[in-house]
Design a protein around this ligand. Structure first.
Ligand code: BGC
Length: 901
């Protein structure tokens, strides 16, 4: 569709969009109190390096400034700390200088990445010394590139002359010359995240287009009907801004430039006239480029830097120059060397076939505090993902800094340590048009709290901030289910599960949306898959992710191994592991069960089969999987061996694949994979199951997987059940599972007929348990059972302490299936069982699920010792109703029914 269009960008080649890392500063610095100072290498005015020339001692020093957005206990304070570059960082630069004039000093500083050369009064003082240790464990260094103007002591910041901002290109078109326009369609995409405008108005409602794919292999393009926007315009000015996005910006923890270094844009506008003729306008050399783009920097993980003063320059034709034409994406090179000639894939531009990221809700702050002084912290009352819209009034050049945190300390101070190296900070420089509104739209943040302060100074008061809104941005679809009951804590848990999904269905199915990770972790996706489809329309976006997973398997190029994340790129360790790679079978299966569409299985068949075959070839002994990098991730107090988890999952995948083959009419294969399932099951039993049914390594996850995946024989069940219950009792009724056990713990107990135990685990209010986070103020699902302890105002290990990980929300599936009793008996709900369970102290529960046939409702209450049940069955569905006393009603079809018992 985009044939004839050319990729366009900056006329310079080899330049990386965003801040620069090779520059020279020539300045005569004023001397105050015996020193002259210059602030450079800065991410913003609170994070950078300070050069100090001591004219009395005749020496130069370098100091590091940091607002400690990345680390450190708060007791040290995060505000305006100054660290000398000395022992701590392993770097100390001292140079002798001889200065005659004590009122001013001429310095010339050349910076190339982390190396500096310094001349003072024309004498070379420092030659090629490193100024910043790279990735010092305590202060990860990735932002040594200049993004903020250089500041001299007591002087105004000045900006770099040769900065290379976001790519901004434009083209002026006079539509419909002499003809009558019928339709105008715009096709666009970019290497980087882009936004397109026609005469200043944004095209479409999408954020972060073209989305996230493995850009080496595939880039989606978007199609917009822009007829209305150009219909009566005499002149249509098309402008595009491209930020780094995931193309050249940081991706997960793997660094930047994973897919490429230079950002560029590709577009075509097709006019159709009433006389049937068409006309195409394509991006090419005739488009204009400016280096006055107000978006000086936009890294999806780090944040945006917007200098609104530059907006004025855009009106000046002198600010625009011919753009550069960039090479189109070329050969596809997998992460693992090269493809064999016969399997070499070609790069493709594909039409986006899923709903793009959109703002679905606007939240307003519920309170604001000032902590520490000059830092205004707004609480949105809900951990959310997206961006903000802020209206400020400030003099021209006044700049503000916006930081984001999921939590606050009890004194109101924002908690940002868990973001790891993601700076998650936006800076806005006012143009002086009071009021002015800013929306950092090429970046996203995971936050409940937003701190607004000055950039390099404290705000005197909060009056500058006229309003602040939180824009919830997600790729998730409509709500298709709800659950509520007589227990407010469970209701909050349900809300937290749903928010966790809204927040993590963005660009890919992410593990978490805030720190330097936000990757499509396969394990998390598979444990949550069944819950996901109960709550929200998730098919289109999950299918998109499955395409990413197929691409990742291909790009990984290891005989069917499925990488741990998709799209591939955020995790460059190239790992694959049981429980994670099994997402390739489990996620399509769950989607198929929900929607009953065989196409889902067909589309993913090759991937699943290749994965199961890969597992067959990856054994340490017959039927037992080989070494694995991960197992029951973050298990609470006992770990289950990696090999046990991986082998159990390998059995599960083989079992599901054999059923899938059956459904697709591949009988022989079905038998083969059934035999493979039995082979793994037998090996599993030999290695880990004792005669009496107990496991040699008796963990909750071990039992949950063994029972839920059908890895035990009938004769094993009594012994296994008794020992499984013991592992719960000895923890006073608490769980101890991690990621791989979580979606099977309660279902396994229910399978054993112990709904009562399952319910009591769910209702535990202490750590570890679901309601502990609820009682500690959670508004989303936490990564750890005890990510925060309100009693002591302490946080879990900052290395992995997300407050928005949907994985443990996998319990939602059990709640729908048991407390509401909504269970599909056939793919797509053609057959349904409604078997509600009044468990624990609950006195009522109600909810619905919109399945492919329509809305299913289930509501019960206990009143005067009676069970009152109301249901709704949609057309096309045949239901079996089973009441708690066992009374069963078969063949219930469309309609609303009430049962009183
Ligand atoms: C992620 C998880 C993921 C895991 C794999 C973590 O860093 O946040 O959710 O599944 O790594 O072990």
């Amino acid at each position: 569709m985009l044939t004839n269009a050319k990729w366009i960008g900056s006329p310079r080649s080899g330049v990386h969009t965003g801040a620069v890392w090779d520059y020279e500063i020539n300045r005569v610095l004023p001397v105050y109190d015996g020193t002259a100072e210059l602030f450079f290498a800065a991410r913003d005015l609170d994070n950078g390096l300070r050069l100090e020339v001591d004219v009395i001692q005749g020496v130069v020093h370098f100091y590091e400034h940091t607002d400690r957005a990345w680390e450190g206990p708060r007791k040290d304070g995060f505000h305006k700390e100054v660290y000398t570059l000395g022992e701590e960082c392993g770097y100390s630069l001292l140079g002798k200088v001889n200065i005659v004039d004590k009122c001013s000093v001429a310095v010339r500083l050349h910076v190339v990445k982390r190396a500096v050369k310094l001349w003072v009064e024309d004498a070379l003082v420092i030659e090629n010394a490193e100024i910043l240790p790279e990735n010092h464990p305590a202060r990860p260094r990735k932002n040594y590139r200049m993004m903020e103007g250089i500041r001299q002591q007591a002087g105004e910041p000045f900006t770099l002359e040769n900065a290379c901002p976001g790519v901004m290109v434009k083209k002026e078109i006079i539509p419909a010359q002499g003809k009558e326009l019928q339709k105008a369609v715009l096709y666009t995409t970019a290497r980087g995240f882009y936004e397109c405008y026609i005469n200043g108005e944004k095209v479409g409602q999408e954020y972060y287009a073209p989305g996230f794919t493995d850009y080496r292999l595939r880039i989606d393009y978007q199609e917009y009907d822009v007829t209305k926007m150009v219909m009566n315009a005499e002149m249509a000015v098309f402008t595009t801004i491209v930020g780094k996005g995931y193309y050249s910006g940081f991706v997960g923890y793997s660094g930047a430039h994973i897919y490429g270094t230079e950002n560029s844009f590709l577009g075509k506008l097709v006019f159709t006239y009433t006389d049937g003729t068409t006309e195409e306008v394509c991006t090419d050399e005739s488009c204009l480029y400016t280096d006055k783009c107000p978006v000086l920097y936009a890294d999806y993980l780090d944040g945006e830097y917007y200098d609104a003063r530059l907006e004025d320059a855009l009106a000046d034709p002198a600010s625009w120059m011919p753009c550069g034409v960039k090479e189109a994406p070329g050969e596809v090179i997998p992460t693992n060397g090269s493809f064999p000639e016969e399997r070499k894939p070609v790069f493709t531009l594909t039409k986006q076939d899923y709903p793009g990221a959109k703002c679905i809700q606007v939240l307003r702050p519920v309170s604001v505090t000032e902590e520490p002084k000059g830092h205004f912290v707004y609480d949105f009352g809900q951990n959310m993902v997206g961006t903000v819209r802020i209206t400020l009034k400030g003099k021209r050049g006044k700049s503000y800094k916006i930081r984001y945190g999921e939590m606050c300390y009890q004194n109101g101070e924002i908690y940002v340590q868990n973001l790891r190296t993601a700076a998650n900070t936006d800076v806005y420089v006012c143009k002086g048009e009071e009021p002015e509104t800013y929306e950092p739209s090429l970046v996203s943040h995971g936050f409940r709290y937003v701190e607004v302060t000055g950039n390099g100074y404290d705000l005197e008061n909060g009056e500058d901030i006229l309003s602040l809104e939180g824009l919830v941005i997600t790729n998730i679809g409509e709500k298709v289910g709800d659950f509520s009951c007589s227990d407010p804590l469970l209701n909050k848990l349900q809300s937290n599960i749903e928010w966790g999904q809204i927040d993590n269905y963005l660009l890919t199915l992410t593990d978490c949306p805030q720190r330097n990770e936000r990757m499509g972790w396969t394990g998390d996706a598979q444990v949550f898959a069944a819950t996901a489809v109960f709550n929200r329309e998730a098919r289109a976006f999950t299918e998109k992710w499955l395409q990413d997973l197929r691409d990742a398997q291909l790009m990984y190029n290891r005989g069917g191994g499925v990488p741990d994340t998709a799209p591939l790129g955020g995790d460059n360790r190239r790992l694959t592991s049981g429980g994670w790679g099994d997402a390739s079978v489990i996620v399509p299966w769950e989607l198929y069960m929900e929607f009953g569409d065989k196409k889902i299985l067909e589309d993913n068949f090759q991937m699943m089969q290749a994965w199961v075959e890969y597992q067959r070839g990856y054994e340490s002994e017959p039927g037992i999987q080989g070494e694995q990098p991960r197992g029951d991730h973050l298990a609470y107090d006992t770990s289950t061996p990696f090999l046990l988890c991986a082998t159990a999952y390998a059995a599960r995948s083989a079992d599901l694949l054999s059923r899938i083959c059956d459904i697709l009419g591949k009988r022989e294969l079905a038998e083969g994979y059934h035999a493979r399932f039995k082979e793994i099951k037998a090996a599993y039993q030999r290695k880990w199951v004792k005669e009496d049914g107990t496991l040699t390594i008796p963990t909750q996850t071990g039992y949950a997987l063994s029972i839920d995946f059908g890895l035990l024989e009938e004769k094993h069940l009594p012994g296994a059940a008794a020992d499984f219950l013991r592992t719960i009792e000895e923890r006073n009724g608490h769980l101890s599972v991690g990621f791989l056990g979580i979606s099977h713990l309660l279902p396994a107990l229910s399978k054993l007929g112990r709904d009562d135990v399952a319910m009591s685990i769910l209702m535990k209010k202490e750590n570890p348990g679901w309601l502990y986070s609820v009682l500690n103020g959670a508004t989303t699902i936490w990564e750890r059972w005890n990510s925060y302890i309100a009693e002591t105002d302490t946080f879990g290990d900052v290395n992995m302490n997300s407050f928005n990980h949907y994985a443990y929300g996998a319990v939602g599936d059990w709640m729908y299936q048991n407390l509401l009793g909504i269970r599909k008996d056939a793919p797509g709900y053609e057959k349904l069982t409604l078997a509600p369970k009044p468990l624990g102290e609950l006195t009522h529960a109600e909810g619905y699920h919109i399945c492919p046939y329509g809305r299913i409702e289930s509501a019960w209450k206990l009143e005067n010792g009676k069970f009152h049940y109301h249901i709704k069955v949609p057309q096309g569905v045949t239901a079996t109703v089973i009441l708690p006393d066992g009374a069963t009603y078969e063949n219930v079809t469309e309609g609303e029914f009430t049962y009183d018992k």
